[in-house]
Design a protein around this ligand. Structure first.
Ligand code: SF4
Length: 307
């Protein structure tokens, strides 16, 4: 750690103590933010952490993107949730609106609506249940309805559909631009460069890319699989922020990115500087209209019950 980073980390520790704050970070954030965080995880892990925080915690600095901070705010009523950079959004979450979901419901009366956690609070409020990539198969398979509208990620929906053949998923056409930019040719080139390495992919990848994978799972499942696998070399087909955690936890194993360009610019907007400045000035609080939050929480809590 550089002297500047060490000073910022020390300042952050001091602010956290003084303000009774905690720092939650997604595994796609930059390494120095992950290292400074009190908890690092995927969407499901972060939701659970936000819901179960010690009562003494007054402020959550959420290092991730806007929909995640919204979820934390809804699961932690009474706490202030701060986003280090107010412009950190998720292009996939913005691909579907609450009005789009209402229109889908009108078109398919009787279908349940499941939304990926990568969606706005307004979309969650229109949904019957929320899912993450860790629990989507389990949650959707446990729904009573046979027809399930799934928004916004078509790739995750296609992957779930294959595992729950008794359901009929009606898919929205959203996608993650970062995961969709990874190409078959890049996986093949990585396999040639690292023969014997296992390809670990994320359900947000394209169907074609998932067809090349040795293992498919959420970021948390990828982390677990890499730790428990007897293999020692892996090609990783998700956002490259995860490599920091994989390498730190598995010093005897090698991890290669499918693409050096697999970087989500929004996830990189939380920096150590912006985390410190945000907590110091209590900047960029994220709030959700209570009427929307009440309905969105029903979908989130149903997920937590079913997963
Ligand atoms: S990696 Fe994709 S899904 Fe995740 S925040 Fe970035 S754009 Fe959204």
């Amino acid at each position: 750690m550089s002297a500047g980073a060490a000073d910022l980390a020390a300042r952050l520790a001091e602010l956290k103590r003084a303000k009774h704050a905690t720092v939650l970070a997604h595994v796609y954030t930059v390494p120095e933010v992950q290292d400074a965080a009190d908890f690092v995880g995927d969407s499901l892990g972060l939701s659970r952490e936000a819901a179960g925080l010690d009562p003494s915690i007054r402020i959550i600095v959420f290092c991730g993107v806007h929909f995640m901070a919204e979820t934390a705010a809804m699961l932690s009523p009474g706490r202030t949730v701060l986003l280090p950079d107010a412009t950190a959004g998720c292009p996939m979450a913005d691909m579907v609106s609450d009005e789009d979901v209402r229109a889908m419901r009108r078109e398919h009366p009787g279908a349940a609506v499941a939304c990926y956690v990568n969606s706005t609070a307004a979309v969650k409020a229109e949904s019957d249940v929320c899912v993450t990539s860790s629990n989507a198969v389990r949650v959707i398979s446990r729904l009573a309805e046979r027809e399930v509208i799934f928004v916004p990620d078509r790739s995750l929906g296609l992957w779930v559909q294959k595992q729950v053949p008794d359901k009929r998923l009606i898919l929205w056409d959203g996608f993650c631009p970062i995961h969709h930019a990874m190409l078959r040719a890049q996986v093949e080139a990585a396999r040639r460069a690292h023969p014997g390495a296992l390809v670990l992919a994320h359900p947000e990848n394209t169907e074609e890319l998932l067809g090349l994978a040795d293992y498919i799972g959420s970021t948390e499942q990828i982390v677990r699989h890499a730790r428990e696998s007897k293999a020692t070399e892996f090609i990783i087909a998700t956002e490259n922020g995860i490599l920091h955690r994989l390498r730190a936890q598995n010093p005897g194993k090698a991890f290669h990115a499918v693409s050096e360009g697999a970087v989500c610019p929004d996830m990189k907007k939380s920096t150590l500087e912006s985390v410190v400045a945000c907590l110091e000035g209590e900047l960029n609080p994220v709030t959700v209209d209570p009427a929307v939050a009440g309905r969105a929480l029903r979908a989130i809590n149903r997920m937590l019950e079913l997963s």
